[in-house]
Design a protein around this ligand. Structure first.
Ligand code: NAD
Ligand code: IPM
Ligand code: MN
Length: 359
């Protein structure tokens, strides 16, 4: 039976980068991958068309899809919207919550060809291969109560940082299992010296550890983790952390790989259904100029094939094609440096397709 992929281009550079990722999916179809692609509106595009960042039709399509491929959402056009529920970012958060995509995998891998593009010295980053496992449907992003209200004659803003034991346990298991398939090292990142919610986080992660005797578990405070990521990032194998810390640390980790335009992601629920998107945003500053790097989105397609469609051979082939294009010296502006050849978003996508054909 043909499997269904819902493509949600979104806003800003979203349509440009998803167009390149769809080229790669199309070439997989030529190779016999039996998938049907559908499109939908999300984010600012959903708001402009239907007055909602997550239109009901989009959510319905997402529920029945085997996987969702998303570009990016948001932009200055919608930043003034006072009702937070109408803002583009809520489309993304709504999809994550409604599909229960609690397990977010963000692999920060340095392609050796990009050692010079990283903002860190090549010897610090060469061989880098970190997996950040970010909890995605809980924590301060979703805790209640939240809001802005009048208290004692002035307005106060508040959010609630909350995790249940069950939420911590399920993301903990994803991380331990991931570590078991990789380098057997797991570092749990928290702020257990200050926040009760992360004291509980640490306790639950510790409680799981005996079930995974091969995995060496450590704990680190998030401020130190941010520092260690830029000091000696190769000390990490798998990092597990909550929603907001994971958001911040993954952008920092992205720069180790040369550019935020290189970091893909998978967001999974317990049924293997997933949403795949680059970790970066809609990059309004470069939208519409052919400057965006489509590789994070193309590598997200590889993750989609691996995690939701069980097509590991095709996933590897895409990752190899990306490596080959980098070998050829082709670079979008964000990863270009003297001696490389700068190409546009579309030229990069075409080059990956060509390299894919070559095997
Ligand atoms: P951003 O990630 O969009 O951009 C940060 C910087 O990185 C910019 O200079 C941008 O040009 C650059 N950049 C990002 N992706 C790139 C790519 N593929 N190739 C080359 N350069 C790239 O973050 P921001 O500027 O803080 O946010 C812009 C908008 O995107 C906001 O509305 C924000 O809410 C939204 N956002 C959406 C997502 C998402 O959809 N998953 C993620 C982050 C931010
Ligand atoms: C990400 C983004 C989102 C997040 C925003 C746009 C809601 O920054 O996917 O990293 O904070 O999770
Ligand atoms: Mn982010």
């Amino acid at each position: 039976m043909s499997r269904k992929i819902l493509v949600l281009p979104g806003d800003g550079i979203g349509p440009e980068i998803t167009a390149e990722a769809v080229k790669v999916l199309d070439v997989c179809r030529v190779q016999g991958l039996d998938v049907t692609l559908e499109e939908g509106l999300v984010g600012g595009a959903g708001y402009d068309a239907f007055g909602a960042p997550l239109p009901a039709a989009t959510l319905d399509k997402a529920r029945t899809a085997d996987a969702v491929l998303l570009g990016a959402v948001g932009g200055p056009k919608w930043d003034g919207l006072e009702d937070i529920g109408k803002r583009p970012e809520q489309g993304l958060l709504g999809l994550r919550k409604e599909l229960n995509l609690f397990g977010n995998l963000r692999p920060a891998i340095l392609y050796p060809q990009l050692a010079e593009a990283s903002s860190l010295k090549p010897e610090i980053v060469s061989g880098l291969d970190i997996m950040i496992v970010r909890e995605l449907t809980g924590g301060i992003y979703f805790g209640q109560p939240r809001g802005i209200e009048e208290r004692d004659g002035q307005r106060v803003g508040f959010n609630t940082y909350v995790y249940s034991e069950a939420e911590i346990e399920r993301i903990g298991r994803v991380a331990f299992e991931m570590a078991g398939k990789r380098g057997n090292k797991l570092c749990s990142v928290d702020k257990a010296n200050v926040l009760e919610v992360t004291m509980l986080w640490r306790e639950v992660i510790n409680r799981l550890a005996p079930e995974y005797p091969d995995v060496e578990l450590s704990h680190m405070y998030v401020d130190n983790a941010a520092m260690q990521l830029v000091r000696a990032p190769k000390q990490f194998d798998v990092i597990v952390t909550g929603n907001m810390f994971g958001d911040i640390l993954s952008d920092a980790a992205a720069m180790l790989t040369g550019s935020i335009g290189m970091l893909p992601s998978a967001s999974l629920n317990e049924h293997g259904q997933g949403m795949y998107e680059p970790c970066h945003g809609s990059a309004p500053d470069i939208a519409g100029q052919g400057l965006a790097n489509p590789l994070a989105t193309i590598l997200s397609v590889a993750m989609l094939l691996r995690y939701s469609l069980d097509e590991n051979a095709l996933a590897l082939r895409i990752e190899r094609a990306v490596g080959r294009v980098l070998d050829q010296g082709l670079r979008t502006a964000d990863i270009a440096y003297p001696g490389t050849r700068q190409v546009t978003t579309a030229e990069m996508g075409d080059a990956v397709v060509t390299a894919f054909h070559e095997g």
